[in-house]
Design a binder for this molecule. Structure first.
Ligand code: AMP
Length: 223
C-alpha cells in the first residue's frame, strides 16, 4: 500500500502516520526526518540543507526531489507512507510523473485539516523523544502530555526542536503549507482533484482526538 499524507505541522500527521505505518508494515518516509539524518551524519546534502531548514524555508527542489524519489525507490515490498513531500505544486507534479513513469500505484491520499492558529500552538508544545521521534509528547495537549519531563511512552529524555520554538520559522512553514496557489495545499488539491485516478482521497478533522482520527482513518483505508 502506497500512501501520501498531508497536514500542517502540528496536525498530528506524524502520530497518525506512525500508526498507519505500524498497521500495514509500511516504510514511513518523512522528508524532514531524512534531512535531519543527513544533518546529524554531517553529509554534504545535510550541510547544503541545514541553513534552509533553520530558517523554516523549503530546501531547493534540486536537492529535495531526487533525495525523496531515491528513498521511495528503495522502499520495502509492503509499500510506503510519504510524509512531508510534496510541499509544492512543482513537487506534486514531479512525484506524480515519477510514479507513473515507474508504474508505481498510489492507494490513498490523506489530508488532516486543522486551523492555522491551533496548529501553531500545538507545535510550540511539541517535544521529541530521543528513542523514537514518533512517540507523541506535547505539553499543550493534555491527552499526550509528557510524564513529567520524560517521554510518556518509553520514559526517554525529551527535547524541543529549535525550529519548533521559533515563531517566525513556524509562520514561514505555515505560509508554505497553507498556500493553496503553489504551496503544500496546492499540492494536496492537485491530488484531490484527480478523482478517479485509482486512489482514495481521505479528509480528516484534525481537531478530533488522536483515537477518533485513527479510527476514521483506518475505517476509510479499509473501505
Ligand atoms: P518537517 O520535519 O516536515 O517540519 O521538515 C523540516 C524542514 O525540512 C522543513 O521546514 C524544510 O526546511 C525541510 N523540508 C522537509 N520536507 C521538504 C520538502 N518536501 N521540500 C523542501 N523542504 C523540505
Amino acid at each position: 500500500m502506497n500512501i501520501l499524507i498531508f497536514g500542517p505541522n502540528g496536525s498530528g500527521k506524524g502520530t497518525q502516520g506512525a500508526l498507519v505505518k505500524q498497521k500495514y508494515g509500511l516504510d514511513h518516509i518523512e522528508s524532514g526526518a531524512i534531512f535531519r539524518q543527513h544533518i546529524g551524519g554531517g553529509t554534504s546534502l545535510g550541510m547544503k540543507a541545514k541553513a534552509y531548514i533553520e530558517r523554516g524555508e523549503l530546501v531547493p527542489d534540486e536537492i529535495t526531489i531526487p533525495m525523496v524519489l531515491d528513498v521511495l525507490g528503495q522502499a520495502g515490498a509492503n509499500g510506503w507512507l510519504l510524509d512531508g513531500f510534496p510541499r509544492s505544486i512543482v513537487q506534486a507534479e514531479k512525484l506524480w510523473e515519477a510514479l507513473r513513469a515507474d508504474g508505481v500505484g498510489l492507494d490513498a491520499v490523506i489530508e488532516i485539516l486543522l486551523p492555522r492558529e491551533v496548529a501553531k500552538a500545538r507545535i510550540m508544545g511539541r517535544r521529541l523523544c530521543v528513542n523514537d521521534p514518533n512517540h507523541p509528547n506535547n505539553i499543550g495537549i493534555p491527552a499526550i502530555a509528557p510524564n513529567g519531563e520524560r517521554c510518556r511512552v518509553c520514559g526517554g529524555s525529551l527535547t524541543a526542536r529549535p525550529d519548533d520554538q521559533d515563531e517566525e520559522a513556524i509562520n514561514k512553514r505555515h505560509d508554505i503549507y497553507y498556500d493553496a496557489v503553489s504551496g503544500t495545499l496546492a499540492a494536496c488539491r492537485f491530488f484531490q482533484k484527480m478523482d478517479g485516478a485509482g486512489f482514495r482521497f481521505i479528509e480528516l478533522d484534525g481537531e478530533r482526538s488522536i483515537e477518533e482520527i485513527q479510527r476514521q482513518l483506518l475505517a476509510r483505508l479499509e473501505d
